[in-house]
Design a protein around this ligand. Structure first.
Ligand code: AMP
Ligand code: MN
Ligand code: MN
Ligand code: MN
Length: 285
């Protein structure tokens, strides 16, 4: 099964419209696809319709921004009901701090000499209420501060580097509650990307499991082979289902294209076999 259960459209910080993503996913051989924009459900209707036309099975998804022990984490919700009021109003609240944060980031970047940082980031933001670091990263590349967005995230916009501002997202418990209230399963996105200790990772996994968290991304566009092996072991140890995801944002920008991730390692149980998802899919495997 070629499943790709995490990617972004222009409703958050991806470059393509949901319908264009569906076509690209189908061309790349994806069979089961989820759109998981940051903190918004705005692209799901278009994605679902386009997925149907392209012959893809579709799962409604979202990637929720969370602050846990002072660190930003991302929790993916899969199989959520996009009309769920608790989830929708929760996400509205999560989004509400982004504009003020963007203004603070712009002030910091302008101190370095970046021109009209806020206006330029907004020009890149397909959805102004979702302005974020990727949009600023594209401005920094445009103005010659870095060769590509990955270089931006090594030198700017991250803790301890210029352009970073503290921001408090929602709590882990709250994000998981919203996802579950909307009938979805929750998954820790790209666990290999967080700058936290091994002890903290285990604490996070333990807390998440106790909240009813279903899975972790074992295969992610931001994991190398070693990380896939490490997180496959963690999945087995904690009883998590394993997700497979490109985290695709844009052609030429994302390291892994839709559907092009490595297969799940042996010995893990795929998240798409979770009853809450599998019951709604036709002809699995
Ligand atoms: P925000 O939600 O505004 O804090 O932006 C987070 C987004 O920045 C992530 O979803 C990625 O799209 C992007 N990002 C963060 N770190 C990196 C990185 N190391 N390389 C590329 N993109 C990154
Ligand atoms: Mn992103
Ligand atoms: Mn993420
Ligand atoms: Mn993502």
């Amino acid at each position: 099964m070629n499943a790709d259960l995490h990617c972004h459209s222009c409703h958050s910080d991806g470059l393509l419209a949901p319908a264009a993503l569906a076509l690209r996913a189908a061309r790349n051989g994806v069979e089961l696809w989820a759109l998981t924009d940051h903190d918004t459900l705005g692209g799901l209707e278009e994605a679902r319709a386009a997925a149907g036309q392209a012959g893809l099975q579709f799962i409604d998804g979202v990637e929720v921004s969370v602050t846990w022990q002072g660190v930003t984490l991302h929790i993916v919700g899969l199989g959520i009901d996009p009309s769920n009021e608790a989830l929708d109003s929760g996400l509205t609240r999560v989004r509400s701090g982004r504009d003020a944060r963007a203004l603070r980031m712009a002030t910091e970047l302008e101190k370095l000499g970046v021109c009209n940082a806020y206006e330029n980031a907004m020009r890149h933001a397909g959805n102004p209420s979702l302005v974020g670091r990727s949009h600023f990263a594209r401005v920094l590349v445009e103005q010659g501060y870095a060769t590509d967005v990955h270089a931006v995230f090594r030198n700017f916009l991250v803790p301890g580097r210029p352009g970073h501002v503290d921001h408090r997202w929602t709590t882990l418990a709250q994000a998981v509650d919203w996802i579950h209230a909307a009938g979805g399963v929750s998954v820790i996105a790209h666990p290999g990307r967080y700058r936290i200790s091994g002890a903290q990772i285990e604490q996070l996994f333990g807390e998440f499991r106790a909240m009813g968290g279903a899975g972790i991304e074992v295969v992610s566009g931001s994991h190398g082979e070693a990380e896939m092996r490490v997180f496959a072991r963690y999945a087995r140890a904690f009883g998590f289902l394993a997700s497979r995801a490109s985290d695709f944002h844009a052609p030429g920008e994302s390291p892994v294209d839709l559907g092009m991730s490595a297969p799940l390692p042996e010995g893990v149980e795929p998240i798409w076999c979770a009853p809450a998802l599998a019951d709604r899919l036709v002809c699995l495997n």
